[in-house]
Design a protein around this ligand. Structure first.
Ligand code: UN1
Length: 480
C-alpha cells in the first residue's frame, strides 16, 4: 500500500483545499485509494476563470523567452521524475509501468517541443492590391482556454493541450478526468515549480458540472476536449452557442487491414500492439482487423496465440504485459461487447471469460473474436478495451470499402509489401491518420493529430498544427 494523496484545486497559483468527497482508486487493486478528490462547482470555475482572465494581459505580452524557459524547465522536471510520475500514472490509470513511464517521457518531450514553438510564432508580409499599402498578418494569443482532458492519457494529453495554449500566450482552466486527477495535478504542480506566474494555469477537479461550467462560461474563449462522443457533442453545442473556439477529439473504430502479401510475424505484432497494448484504451486502438482470405487463418491462429500468452496483471508488476481497465464501467463495457459479438455470431478465438485474479481489480481478459461481419455492432461501436474482431475479405478493394464504412475516421492501418496498395491506401483511407506497416496507435508529438468524420471536430491538435487553434490571426493594413 502506498499513501493516499489529498488533492486540491489550483486557483490563481494557490492550492485551494476543500472537502474531498471523491476518490480515485488503483484499478489494479481497488482496495487502494490513490487520491481523495474535491468535487468542484461553478464557484471554483468562476474563481479559476477570473484568475486566468486577470493573468492574460501580462502573460500574453511577456517575452516569449519567459514562456519558453518555463515550459523547458517543466519538461526537464517531468523527464527527471519519469519513474515517480510514471508509477503514479500506472497506479491511477492501470497501464503498465513501462507504458506509464513512456507516457511521462512523452509529456516531457511535448513541453520541450512547445518551449521551442513559443519562439517561432510568425506572420506574413504581403503587398496590397492597392499601391502604397502594406499588409502584415500576426498571430496573437486568444485569451482563456478551457481544457477538458481524458483518463486514458492522464499526463500526455493535459501536456499537449496546456503546452501550446501557454506557449502562445494564453491562460488556462483545466478540468482533469475524474478517474485520474492525481496524475494531471502532478503536471500542474511541476509547471508551477518551473516558474509559471499565478493565475496562468488553473485546475478545477470534479465531475460533469465542472466541465459544464467551463463550457458555458462567457469568459472562456476556447475549448479543447478529448473524450467520448456524447460529451463532445455537448461541448460543441455549448461553444457554438456563445461563439467560443472549439476542438474535439473523440472516438475511433480503427481498421487494420492485413493483405496476403504481408509478413505474417510483422502483421501479428502490429495487431497485438494496436489492439491490446494500453489495455486497448486508446482512441487510436485497432479494433477491426480486416484480413485477406489467403493469410486469414494463419493470421488468426498466430495472433490468438500471442493474445492468449499476454500476462494480465497488476500494472506495477514488472512481469505484467497488460494492465486492468481503468474502472468497473470500462471493464463491464468490454464484457458486454464480447456478449454482443457472440450474440451476433462472432467466434471467440481466445479470451471472453471473466478473469479470476488474486487482487480485486478491473481486469479484462484480452479477447479476439473471429468470423464477424462488417455490419455487426461489434464492428461499428467503440469498445475502448482489449477486444478486437476479425473480418475476412477477398481483396484489397473490399478491405478498403469496409475500412471506410463506419462513422469514425481517426486512424487506419495497412500491413502489406505492396507499394501500389500502400500508396492507394494513404490517399483513399477516410481517416485523419494512416499507418502503413505500423500500429494504428502510437503517434509522434511534433506532427498534427486528429481524425475525420465523427472522430474529430475543429482544428488539428499537436505539433506544428497546434498554433492554428491556440492563436488568432490579425491582419494589419498600413499606408505611408
Ligand atoms: C496515441 O495513440 O499515441 O485519447 C495517442 C486517445 C488519443 C491519443 C492517442 N487522443 O487515445
Amino acid at each position: 500500500m502506498t499513501e493516499t494523496i489529498e488533492l486540491c484545486h489550483w486557483i490563481n497559483g494557490e492550492k485551494v483545499s476543500a472537502d474531498r468527497p471523491g476518490e480515485s482508486l488503483n484499478p489494479s487493486d481497488t482496495r487502494e485509494v490513490v487520491a481523495r478528490t474535491p468535487d468542484g462547482s461553478a464557484d471554483e470555475v468562476d474563481a479559476a476563470v477570473a484568475a486566468a482572465k486577470a493573468a492574460f494581459p501580462s502573460w500574453s505580452e511577456a517575452s516569449p523567452e519567459l514562456r519558453s524557459d518555463i515550459l523547458d524547465r517543466a519538461g526537464t522536471l517531468v523527464m527527471e521524475r519519469r519513474e515517480v510520475l510514471g508509477r503514479l500514472l500506472s497506479r491511477e490509470e492501470g497501464k503498465t509501468l513501462a507504458e506509464g513511464i513512456g507516457e511521462t517521457v512523452r509529456a516531457g518531450r511535448v513541453l520541450k517541443y512547445f518551449a521551442g514553438e513559443a519562439l517561432r510564432v510568425h506572420g506574413q508580409n504581403l503587398a496590397s492590391v492597392r499601391p502604397g499599402v502594406e499588409i502584415q498578418t500576426y498571430r496573437q494569443a486568444v485569451g482563456v482556454y478551457g481544457l477538458i482532458t481524458p483518463w486514458n492519457f492522464p499526463v500526455a494529453i493535459p501536456a499537449w493541450k496546456a503546452a501550446p495554449a501557454l506557449a502562445f500566450g494564453n491562460t488556462v482552466v483545466m478540468k482533469p478526468a475524474g478517474l485520474t486527477p492525481a496524475t494531471a495535478e502532478a503536471l500542474i504542480a511541476i509547471l508551477h515549480e518551473a516558474g509559471l506566474p499565478k493565475g496562468v494555469l488553473n485546475m478545477v477537479i470534479g465531475r460533469g458540472r465542472v466541465g459544464q461550467a467551463i463550457v458555458d462560461h462567457p469568459d472562456v474563449d476556447g475549448l479543447s476536449f478529448t473524450g467520448s462522443q456524447g460529451v463532445g457533442a455537448g461541448v460543441a453545442m455549448g461553444a457554438v452557442k456563445r461563439q467560443a473556439r472549439v476542438q474535439l477529439e473523440m472516438g475511433g473504430k480503427n481498421p487494420l487491414i492485413v493483405l496476403d502479401d504481408a509478413d505474417l510475424d510483422r502483421a501479428v505484432q502490429i495487431a497485438l500492439d494496436g489492439s491490446f497494448f494500453a489495455t486497448g484504451q486508446r482512441c487510436t486502438a485497432s479494433s477491426r482487423l480486416i484480413v485477406q482470405d489467403g493469410i486469414h487463418d494463419r493470421f488468426v491462429t498466430a495472433l490468438a496465440e500471442r493474445v492468449a500468452a499476454l500476462r494480465v496483471g497488476d500494472a506495477l508488476d514488472p512481469q505484467t504485459q497488460m494492465g486492468p481497465a481503468v474502472s468497473e464501467d470500462q471493464m463491464e463495457t468490454s464484457y458486454r461487447y464480447i456478449e454482443v459479438a457472440r450474440g451476433e455470431g462472432g467466434r471467440i478465438v481466445t479470451g471472453g471469460t471473466r478473469l479470476q485474479m488474486e487482487k480485486p481489480g478491473w481486469y479484462v481478459q484480452p479477447t479476439l473474436i473471429a468470423d464477424t461481419e462488417a455490419g455487426m455492432r461489434i464492428n461499428h461501436e467503440e469498445v475502448f478495451g482489449p477486444v478486437a474482431s476479425t473480418i475476412r475479405v477477398k481483396d484489397y478493394d473490399q478491405a478498403l470499402e469496409i475500412a471506410n464504412g463506419v462513422e469514425f475516421g481517426l486512424s487506419a492501418g495497412l500491413v502489406t509489401s505492396s507499394l501500389k496498395h500502400a500508396r492507394d491506401f494513404q490517399r483513399r483511407a477516410r481517416a485523419g491518420m494512416t499507418m502503413v506497416n505500423l500500429p494504428t496507435a502510437g503517434v509522434d508529438y511534433h506532427v498534427p493529430f486528429g481524425g475525420s468524420k465523427s472522430s474529430s471536430y475543429g482544428a488539428r491538435e499537436q505539433g506544428f498544427a497546434a498554433v492554428e487553434f491556440f492563436t488568432q490571426t490579425k491582419t494589419s493594413y498600413s499606408a505611408g
